[in-house]
Design a protein around this ligand. Structure first.
Ligand SMILES: C[S@@+](CC[C@H](N)C(=O)[O-])C[C@H]1O[C@@H](n2cnc3c(N)ncnc32)[C@H](O)[C@@H]1O
Length: 480
């Protein structure tokens, strides 16, 4: 039943939303409340709590320990990423921004670069930069490269440090790319070459933690990527983060954000630089002024989760100028259940929520079990089949993933993301003709939608952006 405005339950959830906002910067109030509840439902069972209300009470009590914060972070964050996500931005990085930085260093007779991928998720973005650097620097061995990826979700970081990826991380790249930089493992997984892994380090950092952000404000970074995360923050939080990133960049340093995050107000302290269809923000002589005045200054204090970057860890030992790396944090010990979970018959909606949460956390085996339960309850739900396809693709089961996407499309022929997933999958199978047909169908579907609409399952990517992505993918196919 929907919460009635002003009711006790609504007030409770508004307070929970505020705590989440203060801990992680995430805006999960108002129309996003169902997402918050879905995430906390998943967290509750992992925390050993009886239900989502108990989880809400724990948050309000502010008695969360580090393990609790990790569990919460892993349920609240969205892990959508892939290699070279946003072709235009990476093309501009590779042809303009990075060559300009390298050239300048060479002129200064210096061989140092400091690059930070803030909110790096499972590492694809950070490694994409590593791959570009290796291409651009034939003498990379004689350079001191500090390439740091940080995220609030330690589970994502552990996966990043492993450098092992499934099919899903390769959408948007050609099969040739994978062959060049990865070695195939059993079960359709691929491991990134050690030459790239050894120049990248990962560390936990919560962008809502002011102390952690302050520790990065040394004005030494040449380039910061902070993409597809500001959009989940409140305007006040996004503004604080952008101000801190400004402080972390050296004079003339570059900031890359996602196209949908571009904003004259938020980046008022930077110079906007348009580069072959991509937009970057460059620190310059402009006096920094906050883009958006925080609305909630002076509100009740809740200390943000402390996930400081002191524990920097890397896939390999390298001398880099960062603090000495520790080994990636091992999975925290499971806490004993606080209360036995209720033995209830779950609704299809609850089963779906569990399947989605597990998939977001990349716990794919469990996600598949729950997804199959969902399909058993709702055989004709195209979303269930779509999620099943995503999970199977991620675990390398390409034929079954293809069948699941086809089922989803059969049930909902206008499913843009199912069509796109199928096209990408066909490409990874080397079936370029099939892929091209599906890309064309997706493009035709997109043309019927308003450019500013957000298709279902597109994770906040607009029709306009998807259209550009699909066109790029079709070009890759033409050159394959
Ligand atoms: C959609 S992914 C974006 C990944 C990558 N930057 C990209 O563009 O492909 C969003 C990431 O932001 C991270 N995130 C969310 N809240 C955060 C916070 N408060 N501090 C640091 N990272 C956060 C999530 O864990 C997730 O990995």
């Amino acid at each position: 039943m929907p919460d009635v405005p002003g009711s006790e339950s609504t007030v409770l959830w508004e307070r929970v939303g505020s705590v989440v906002e203060r801990l992680f910067g995430l805006h999960l109030q108002g129309e996003k409340l169902p997402d918050l509840k879905r995430s906390l439902r998943g967290a509750a069972s992992e925390l050993g709590l009886s239900d989502v209300e108990a989880c809400a009470q724990l948050l309000l009590s502010e008695k969360l320990d580090a393990v609790g914060v990790e569990i919460l972070a892993s349920h609240l964050t969205i892990g959508e990423t892939y290699f070279f996500r946003d072709q235009e931005a990476f093309a501009a990085l590779s042809t303009h921004v990075l060559p300009a930085l390298i050239e300048e260093r060479r002129r200064m007779d210096s061989r140092q670069l400091r690059i930070w991928s803030a909110a790096c998720c499972t590492g694809e973005e950070t490694y994409s930069i590593g791959i570009l650097l290796r291409q651009l620097l034939p003498d990379i061995g004689s350079w001191q490269i500090n390439l740091l990826g940080t995220d609030v979700n330690p589970r994502f970081l552990r996966k990043a440090a492993e450098g092992v990826y499934g099919q899903w991380s390769f959408r948007g790249t050609s099969p040739d790319f994978r062959a060049r930089h990865f070695r195939q493992l059993a079960g359709g997984r691929y491991i990134l070459s050690p030459a790239i892994r050894r120049i990248v380090r990962f560390a936990p950092l919560n962008l809502a933690d002011e102390a952690a952000l302050a520790s990065m404000r040394d004005g030494g970074f040449d380039l910061i990527l902070c993409r597809n995360v500001l959009m989940y923050f409140t305007p006040a939080q996004a503004s604080k983060v952008v101000e801190a990133l400004h402080g972390a960049l050296r004079e003339d340093g570059w900031l890359a954000v996602a196209p949908c995050e571009a904003s004259q107000t938020l980046f008022a302290g930077f110079r906007a630089v348009h580069c072959d269809g991509a937009i970057f923000y460059q620190k310059g002589q402009v006096q920094y002024r906050r883009g958006v005045a925080p609305k909630d200054e002076g509100a009740t204090e809740v200390t943000p989760a402390k996930t400081l970057p002191a524990r920097v860890y890397a896939t390999h030992e390298v001398s880099s100028g960062f603090p000495k790396p520790a080994t990636p944090p091992s999975a925290p010990k499971r806490r004993p259940p606080l209360a036995k979970a209720k033995e209830t018959v779950l609704s299809a909606e609850a089963i779906a929520a569990r399947a989605r949460t597990l998939a977001d956390q990349r716990r794919m085996d469990e996600a598949l079990v729950w997804c199959d339960r969902w399909i058993a309850a709702e055989k004709l739900d195209p979303t269930a089949h779509y999620l099943r396809g995503m999970i199977l693709a991620e675990t390398g089961n390409v034929p079954e993933a293809g069948a699941a996407f086809e089922r989803s499309l059969y049930l909902a022929p206008d499913g843009v993301m199912a069509g796109l997933a199928l096209a990408n999958l066909e490409r990874t199978r080397g079936r370029e003709k099939h892929a091209a047909r599906h890309y064309r169908n997706v493009l035709a579907l997109l043309e019927q939608l308003p450019p500013d609409a957000y298709p279902e399952h597109a994770e906040g990517i607009s029709v306009r952006q998807l259209t550009a992505l699909v066109r790029d993918l079709m070009v890759v196919g033409d050159h394959a």
